[in-house]
Write a protein that binds this ligand. Structure first.
Ligand code: B12
Ligand code: SF4
Length: 389
């Protein structure tokens, strides 16, 4: 088969496989990206989740010697949920970002790419191919950009004219030559909605993200969340969305044609309190098939505690006291102390005072001290309001 015919056949196969976009790029080195990545690293903007070897990140030959083409795909995911459960006092809920709705996208995209690989091998029996979705060495966005899937937005996401930026990306490197597509023009124009809306200023410039300040990243860390970010997290348990939510290219978009990405409402918007005492097994059973489970239960529980503190949910005090007194993980005890300080009241204050006597961990002890101070300030404020009323 001629290269153009193989390409056309792959495009046809992609339609049958319910792949929303397919694009083709040359497997040349990503020299411009390499320079950007160097600067990104030097500035301390990396998240640590990226492939560390910049040669591997930018030279497809390192992943597949002899690579000539890259086949890039994109799948759109939904943004709206039918019958979303409502968060209410005493029964507050957290949320997983939309990129974690339904089945883990890594599996879904890999299955589609495997099916494309099987087709390719039918037509070119000795074809070599290497599939990547998120965890591969290459920058999925740089590949998608070169293959004409979308442009690289000021929020750093790939934006497709048809589906906006709520698309997952994946690619297949191959040693088969396939005629490349052209990149599409950047259509952000004068808009700066994402830069203006980012609550932490993590978007330090158009297309440049300081991951260390990005709430999407911070929801995934396992240590203490710096206090300055706790109020900005809202009720997010995993990932964050503001720079996508405000983008005009996402307005009104909701694609529901991939049954795999349909969310299980109770799992993507779970009640917060029951999350606090889950065993590892319960966590895996309930959340294990979602992309948002990859860092384990600790960050999710820490974020749930923060959300309860922010909601000032008094009904959560007994659960938080139990964590403060019994949980073996300092991050969980310390964050529970913060939440108790936020909620305040006699029961919280007494538990904090008791914990102060016995807490062995230095960082947790500092959190407890701050929390006691918060309780005092709250009490004084409440008294003042009472006297003035
Ligand atoms: C590390 C990582 C993160 C980190 C860092 C993100 C970042 N912007 O760098 C954190 C944890 C914060 C994160 C968050 C999210 N992520 Co993420 N993440 C990745 C991962 C594994 C590597 C990205 C990376 O290397 N970043 C370093 C930067 C420098 O490289 P890059 O983003 O690839 O580079 C592009 C642009 O940033 C731009 N660029 C870079 N430097 C510069 C400099 C200038 C001057 C300019 C103009 C442009 C520019 O050019 C590159 C080509 O487009 C990729 C998967 C992969 N293997 O590529 C997924 C990936 C980027 N993530 C994805 C998703 C869905 C998300 C979230 C939406 C999830 C969520 N809701 O929380 C958020 C979005 C936050 C955001 N604005 O990026 C998708 C993006 C899909 C899309 N449409 O773009 C990817 C591709 C996974 C996938 N296969 O679908 N992610
Ligand atoms: S919000 Fe505006 S500037 Fe940001 S990515 Fe979307 S169109 Fe581009």
């Amino acid at each position: 088969m001629k290269p153009a015919d193989i390409k056309a056949a792959l495009q046809e196969a992609a339609k049958e496989l319910n792949i929303d976009k397919i694009g083709f790029a040359a497997a040349d080195p990503f020299d411009e990206l390499k320079e950007r990545l160097r600067k990104h690293r030097k500035a301390g903007y990396e998240s640590g989740f990226e492939e560390p070897d910049l040669e591997k990140r930018t030279d497809p030959q390192k992943s597949l010697p002899g690579a000539r083409s890259i086949i890039a795909i994109a799948l759109a995911y939904p943004t709206k949920m039918d019958n979303a459960p409502v968060s209410k006092p005493g029964a507050y809920r957290g949320v997983f970002c939309r990129a974690s709705w339904g089945e883990d996208y890594h599996h879904v995209l890999k299955r589609k790419l495997e099916a494309l690989r099987r087709k390719l091998v039918e037509w070119v029996p000795d074809a070599k191919a290497e599939i990547m979705v998120d965890t591969g060495a290459l920058s999925d966005r740089a590949v998608a950009e070169r293959a004409g899937i979308g442009w690289s937005g000021k929020n750093t996401s790939i934006i497709t004219p048809e589906f906006g930026s709520r698309v997952y990306l994946g690619e297949m490197l191959t040693d088969v030559y396939l005629p490349p597509d052209q990149p599409i023009e950047n259509a952000c124009g004068e808009c700066t909605a994402c830069l203006d809306a980012c609550p932490t200023g993590a978007l330090v410039g158009p297309g440049q993200l300081n991951s260390q300040a990005c709430l999407a990243y911070l929801t995934q860390t396992k240590g203490f969340l710096a206090e300055e970010y706790r109020d900005k997290l809202g009720n997010f348990l995993y990932g964050f969305e503001t720079c996508q939510a405000v983008c005009p290219y996402n307005r009104g978009k909701n694609f529901t044609h991939h049954p795999e990405f349909q969310p299980e409402a109770e799992n993507v918007k779970p009640l917060l309190k029951p999350l606090l005492h889950m065993s590892n097994r319960q966590f895996r059973q309930r959340f294990g098939s979602m992309a948002g489970s990859w860092r384990g239960k600790k960050p999710i529980q820490r974020n749930a505690i923060i959300a309860l503190g922010r909601y000032r949910d008094r009904t959560a005090v007994p659960d938080l006291v139990r964590l403060l007194e019994e949980d073996p993980r300092p991050v969980i005890r310390g964050t529970a102390a913060w939440a108790l300080g936020r909620i305040g009241g006699g029961e919280a204050a007494e538990a904090l005072n008791r914990a102060q006597e016995v807490e062995p961990d230095e960082q947790v002890a500092v959190e407890i001290e701050h929390a006691i101070e918060m309780c005092r300030m709250r009490e004084t404020a409440d008294h003042r309001t009472y006297r003035e009323a």
